[in-house]
Design a protein around this ligand. Sequence first.
Ligand code: ADP
Ligand code: 5GP
Length: 202
Amino acid sequence: MNKGQLIVFSGPSGVGKGTVLKEFLKNRENVALSVSATTRQPRPGEENGVHYYFLTKEDFLKKVEEGNMLEYAQYNQNYYGTPKDKVEEALEQGRDIILEIEVQGALLVKEKCPDALLVFVMPPSWQELRSRLVGRNTEDAVTIENRLTIARQELQQAVHYDYILVNDSVAEAAQRLEHIIEAGRCRITEMKDFIREVDQHA
Ligand code: ADP
Ligand code: 5GP
């Protein structure tokens, strides 16, 4: 059985990661989305265990200490991390799994899992990023400025990713993500077993 691909999906806050993923995941059963743990407060409408596992700082750090996180990072004064168990389960079952995580965590995953496919989402322009973040209306002005400051630093890290996905229109970005994942499946690192199998009968 083919193993699943570990797909890391990052990009500045407000660029539209959640929106593109939602569109992409429609009618796709063989791709899982990892549910992260965080110490930040839930936004209106966010449910525990669906959007995030909302934990206290103590509980979060306990999970880190117990070795239950694939990676974790601090972002704008809160902790965010990827629980290991679901990722391992999906990959073992041959399902792709997407981690929507920020850049520090993404680079940790790249170190631990060199075969991971790293996708960085960019806005069509800086102005558009700002207006999407403001337009979402989920953070106060200070938090928005903090997130934009972090975004400037994150853009510097985009060169470490495998692909850039420009989120101009949601439908087109979701379509391009499909193509990127398809291309990821054709990488030599993913095809070694297949090459060996054919070679055995050569
Ligand atoms: P992120 O998950 O990256 O923080 P969201 O998915 O919450 O970003 O999107 C931020 C805001 O931008 C939302 O209000 C969303 O509706 C809007 N948005 C997302 N993608 C697009 C797009 N391609 N064009 C216009 N607005 C978008
Ligand atoms: P938000 O507060 O907007 O939901 O997320 C803030 C940032 O944290 C986003 O860039 C998001 O991708 C990132 N993030 C979400 N979950 C994780 C995680 O498990 N690990 C890391 N490193 N970052 C995460």
